[in-house]
Design a protein. Structure first.
Length: 596
């Protein structure tokens, strides 16, 4: 042990005698300074972004070379001569380390320590490339003094989220979830943690008339809450679209995100919009996401008024098409009325601006659930997501198409992204839950679907779709009490009928209650008060194969928008897929998977 220690001691003394320690210290200090200098000058001097990486590689390669040379040669003596072994030198010829090198070594230690402290403390607030990958745009504060302009603030909030969402390098939280932070009283760190984002954008509307005034602040919540930049904009309302382009470009620049050539091209588009048309558009946008009949018809009125004011603005026609799709899909308007309106508005929007993600989203919806053209539907959803990868609705409905195409892993992937982009949106959570339970049998996915449905109901206890999701996930997990109660809550049985069904459930079992429920559902179906897919679903639970086939045929003959889902296992398709009547229908629908 003592011999080993002596060897280590001699080796350490030899490192010092050959000045290796001094060279390492001075080299490290100089390298540190060079790296910091290049990093600080890259942006101001417009140097290549890769320069810092090249410098680090060169210095890293030079480090071992400097150590080897300092061992072999005396680099501190002012000459370049080979260092002799210690035993070959007489005592009086042993060279002492020059004072200059001792001073340089001590200074280097101080410099290294100082630079480390500087990077940890004073430079911790600087934003560097790659540091910001996600953000949330908080709702606009209305500082105009006019509360009637709250609809403007809400519409601008949606517009800004949509435009920033086109930056593919950023994950942008969706409108519904970000709107939940309005007047929440939560701190920036709390919001950032809950939304899982790196930075917050705080917008303020300060004036709105012929001129629009906006103030934007960016707040970096960690390691402590700090404003990292602020910008003020003042623009003619007719140029509002160009203003959004400038805002998005500045945000990307401030958070050190590089735009792709395609994104830069999209952000160079400039168009003037009629002031009154823009107002009507903002008012209409407040209503079209609410799927109630009253709200959809209000949106229709506002958008129609906007078109009269400005017939050359593409988003108006895209919005009209989307509203007509919803009216037809939910059944508020017959297909023969809605269909021509949908295609008329889509065609006009396409002529004016083929790069609208909302337009391709609408085309995707129509292709899949109206035309049953699944290949076209996928193309349109992918176009929408290429333009705006943060488009939540395009992504969640694309995941539903992937389920219909039986590409379950891809469906779950896109569904999860959508749920993460808008985690407080009951509709998105419910649609994501449906993806979890519509694929192959998987208890973990069923549990996840149940949790999403519960969360959706917490956010909106009266949400019909969320209740349906909760009902079906409960059924799959064997919780029949919650399943039947959730179904009865939102379906058109009178109170006495509900009591009868629940009594049968308590006194017999779930399947006896299902048989009783189907008796009453048939009565409602005679008056078109029950959807085809619900009849198929409950006859599947009851195990009545012939009735599944009967309602499957009815759904096909009425061109039911739910028809594409009916080929999934959850609707009992595997029980009927070999029946010639079903084979014929599936062939007519041109599903792109190989076998039935």
């Amino acid at each position: 042990m003592t011999n080993h220690q002596n060897k280590l001691s001699r080796f350490w003394q030899e490192l010092k005698r050959r000045r290796v320690i001094h060279v390492i210290t001075v080299y490290a200090s100089a390298a540190f300074v060079i790296i910091e200098l290049v990093g600080n000058l890259t942006e101001p001097l417009n140097l290549p972004a890769s320069l810092s990486t090249i410098v680090i590689i060169v210095l890293a390669v030079g480090f071992p070379l400097a150590i080897v040379l300092s061992w072999l040669y005396d680099l501190t003596s002012g000459t370049f001569e080979r260092t002799k072994p210690l035993e070959d030198l007489p005592e009086e010829k042993k060279v002492k380390v020059p004072n200059a090198w001792k001073i340089a070594t001590y200074v280097s230690f101080v410099v290294i320590a100082g630079l480390i402290v500087l990077n940890i403390t004073s430079r911790s607030d600087l934003i560097k490339p790659g540091m910001i990958q996600s953000l949330v745009v908080l709702p606009f504060d209305n500082y105009t003094g006019d509360e009637q302009l709250d609809y403007v603030a809400a519409g601008m909030h949606a517009s800004l989220i949509g435009d920033i969402g086109k930056v593919s390098a950023l994950r942008v939280i969706g409108k519904t979830s970000s709107s939940a932070y309005k007047d929440s009283g939560k701190s920036a760190p709390d919001i950032a943690k809950e939304a899982n984002v790196d930075i917050l954008i705080e917008p303020t509307l300060t004036c709105y008339g012929d001129t629009v005034c906006i103030l934007l602040r960016a707040v970096k919540p960690f390691p402590e809450e700090k404003q990292v930049w602020v910008a003020e904009y003042r623009e003619d309302k007719r140029k509002i679209l160009s203003l959004w382009n400038e805002v998005v470009k500045q945000i990307a620049d401030e958070v050190k995100v590089e735009l792709t050539p395609e994104e830069k091209q999209l952000l160079t588009k400039s168009i003037l919009v009629d002031r009154e048309a823009y107002d009507a558009y903002l008012k209409g946008s407040l209503y079209w996401d609410d799927l109630s009949s009253e709200s959809l018809f209000k949106a229709l009125d506002y958008l129609t008024t906007a078109v009269e004011k400005d017939p050359d603005w593409a988003p108006l026609y895209s919005g009209l098409a989307k509203v007509w799709v919803a009216l037809a899909q939910i059944g508020y308007e017959p297909a023969e009325v809605a269909g021509p309106k949908i295609f008329e508005n889509i065609q006009k929007a396409m002529e004016l601006d083929p790069d609208l993600p909302d337009l391709h989203y609408t085309l995707g919806l129509i292709a899949v659930w109206t035309e049953w053209d699944f290949e076209k539907g996928e193309q349109e959803f992918l176009k929408a997501l290429k333009i705006n990868p943060n488009d939540v609705l395009s992504r969640i409905y694309y995941s539903h198409l992937l389920v219909i195409l039986k590409r379950y892993d891809e469906a779950i992937y896109h569904s999860q992204i959508a749920a993460e982009l808008d985690p407080m949106n009951p509709l998105v959570l419910t649609l994501s839950a449906m993806v979890d339970f519509m694929g192959e049998e998987n208890q973990d996915l069923y549990n996840r679907a149940l949790e999403k449905s519960k969360r959706a109901l917490e956010l909106d206890p009266e949400n019909f779709f969320a209740s349906n999701g909760f009902e079906y996930a409960s059924y799959l997990l064997g919780d029949y009490k919650n399943s039947i109660e959730a179904f009865l809550k939102f379906n058109p049985f009178d109170s006495e009928t509900k009591k009868v069904i629940l009594k049968v459930f308590r006194e017999n079992d779930y399947y006896a209650a299902i048989d009783t429920m189907l008796f009453y559902m048939e009565e409602l179906a005679a008056n078109n008060l029950i959807r085809n897919d619900l009849m198929i679903d409950f006859y599947n639970r009851a195990g009545n194969t012939e009735k599944i086939i009967e309602w499957f045929i009815k759904a096909f003959e009425s061109h039911d928008p739910m028809m594409p889902y009916l080929i999934l296992p959850v609707y009992g398709y595997d029980k009927i897929k070999e029946d010639p009547r079903i084979v014929s229908i599936v062939e007519k629908m041109n599903f792109p998977w190989a076998s039935i």
